[in-house]
Write a protein of this length. Structure first.
Ligand code: SF4
Length: 233
């Protein structure tokens, strides 16, 4: 078994897998440096594991019948070659499997989709605007490919967008919604940026962010035609 480098474990969560009680495994490492990343301690690839996968599996063994699902989050879980084996192991134990991903590695995501029951895919911005958030040139196109694979797979999913006034305007959100509509994807669920991690260094505080995004839908409805503007085509 290829082992997973793990940066943390949340033993109980009611919010990380829709409608299910889950444990969350935080995978170590991410190649991006998003300006609002909440988990900067998970970004270095080489940090020591705080908990071994075998210990996670022993914990899960004791939680059979109490937990419904196991979610792999990060960091970026698809960075690690150990992810498929870990997904198979928790599925063999009878848990549903979930993945939080930024869609950085489309081919790796495609490879694990048959092992997943649900995917939460971060959509950070209109695809051509990704570099302003991730710090990596042209990083959005890989995410578009990941989304296409996800849509083709028929695996249940949610698209989530973190909103901060320093990173996305209302116009950006409408343009993004147009791009998703054209791909046949559901609208994003908007998440307010929390002022922690790297987000603490952003130029606006949380209240200013919320005020500037006032009127943005947060329940996963289409934004086209809302927010008092039309999307640029
Ligand atoms: S992709 Fe996710 S984990 Fe990686 S830097 Fe961005 S917010 Fe952080």
């Amino acid at each position: 078994m290829n082992l997973l480098q793990i940066g943390g474990l949340a033993p109980w969560s009611s919010i990380d897998y829709p409608g299910a009680m889950s444990a969350v495994v935080f995978c170590q490492g991410c190649p991006w440096r998003c300006l609002y990343c909440h988990n900067p301690h998970l970004l270095p690839r080489k940090a020591a594991s705080t908990i071994e996968l075998t210990d996670v599996l022993h914990f899960l063994q004791r939680r059979r019948g109490l937990l419904d699902a196991v979610v792999f989050s990060g960091g970026e879980p698809t960075l690690q070659t150990g992810l498929p084996d870990a997904l198979m192991a928790v599925r063999d134990m009878g848990f549903r499997t979930g993945l939080h991903t930024a869609g950085i590695y489309p081919e790796r995501l495609r490879a694990v989709l048959p092992l997943l029951d649900w995917v939460g895919l971060d959509i950070k911005a209109p695809f051509e605007r990704y570099a302003s958030i991730t710090g990596v040139a042209d990083s959005g196109w890989a995410v578009r490919d990941s989304l296409q694979y996800l849509l083709d797979s028929k695996v249940a999913y949610e698209l989530r967008t973190t909103v901060h006034a320093a990173s996305l305007s209302a116009e950006d959100l409408v343009l993004l919604d147009v791009q998703l509509l054209r791909m046949g994807a559901r609208p994003v669920v908007l998440q307010k940026c929390r002022p922690q991690g790297q987000a603490a260094n952003l130029p606006y505080g949380a209240e200013e962010t919320f005020r500037q995004q006032d009127g943005a839908e947060q329940d996963g409805t289409r934004l086209v035609g809302k927010l008092g503007m039309k999307g640029k085509m």
